[in-house]
Design a protein around this ligand. Sequence first.
Ligand SMILES: Nc1ncnc2c1ncn2[C@@H]1O[C@H](COP(=O)(O)OP(=O)(O)OP(=O)(O)O)[C@@H](O)[C@H]1O
Length: 310
Amino acid sequence: MTSIDISNLTKEYGTTRAVDRLTFTVEPGRVTGFLGPNGAGKSTTMRLALGLDRPTSGSATIGGRPYATIEEPLRHVGALLDAQAAHGSRTARNHLSALAVSNRIPARRVDEVLEETGLASVAGRRIKTFSLGMRQRLGIAAALLGDPQVVLLDEPSNGLDPEGIIWIRELLRRLARDGRTVLVSSHLMNETASFADHIVVLGRGRLLADTPMQDFLDAHSHARVRVRTTDPARLRAVLVRKGYEVAQSDDGRWTVDGAQAAEIGALAATEGIPIMELADEQASLEQAYLTLTADDTEFTAASPTTAQEA
Ligand SMILES: Nc1ncnc2c1ncn2[C@@H]1O[C@H](COP(=O)(O)OP(=O)(O)OP(=O)(O)O)[C@@H](O)[C@H]1O
C-alpha cells in the first residue's frame, strides 16, 4: 500500500512555525484535496514529503520510506510544485527526455505524457515561450512520466483555461480510480469539490480537518429547504401555521429553515398546494471551508468596520 504518512511533523523557519505537529495519512484510491489559507503550510508539507526540506521534528514518508531513500523516485512519486521550475531554454520534449533518462523511464513515455497533457503539438518549442497554463501542463506531464503510484500536485489548476480545468478534474478522478494516491492543493473550492473525495484542511500549520468531503459538507450544513410554488400566499400561511421560519428570496423562491424537503413536500401535497421546485439545500465547500478557517486566516483585508474600530 502506498500512502503518504505525515507524522507529528513540525517545520520552523526562524521564528515562524510553518508546520505544527501535523499528523495525517493520504490514502490510495481517492483524491485528497489539501486546503488552507495562504501561509497555512500546504507547500511546506509537500516539500517535506518530497525531501526538498528537512523537518525540524517528526516525519513524512511515502510508502513507509522517506522520499530521499526511494530509488528512481519518479517511477514511484510524481510531483508538481512549481511550474516555473523547468529550464526555459530547453524544449518540452528535451526537458521530459532528460527526466526520463535519469530515472530509467522508457522514452515512449515522453510522447505518451505529451499527448496526455495536450502538449504534443508544442513539444519542440522552448519552454520560455510557454504560457503559465502550458507550463502547468508540462509540470503535470513530468509528474506523470514515471507512471507513479503517488501523485502530489500543488495548485495544478493554476493558469489553466476552462477546458484545462475540466481536463485536470477528469485526470485526477482517473488517477484515483486506478488506485493511486493523489494529494492536490488548491484555493479553488468549487474545483476541489468537483474532484476530491476527501479533504485535509490546515490553518497556521495545524490540522483543522481530515475528513471525507461529504461528511465535511454535512457537518457544516444546517437543514434548509428551497421551494417554489404557484401559490406562495397559501404555502406561506400553511408553513407559518406549522411553526416554520419562512423567507422569500429575490428570485421568487422560498427558503424554509430547519426543515427537510420530504416533510415540506408531504405538507404541500396534503394541502393541495402545487410545487414547482423542492430541494434540500447543502452548504457549499466554500461556505463550509470559510466557517472552519475563519480564525486561522493569516492575511485578511480589514473590513471597513474593523478599520474604524481599530
Ligand atoms: N523557505 C522559507 N523561509 C522562511 N519562511 C518560509 C519558507 N517557506 C515557507 N515559509 C513560511 O511558512 C509558512 C507556510 O508557508 P507555505 O508556503 O507552506 O503555505 P501555503 O499553505 O502553501 O500557502 P499558499 O496557499 O499561500 O501557497 C508561511 O508563513 C511562509 O511565509
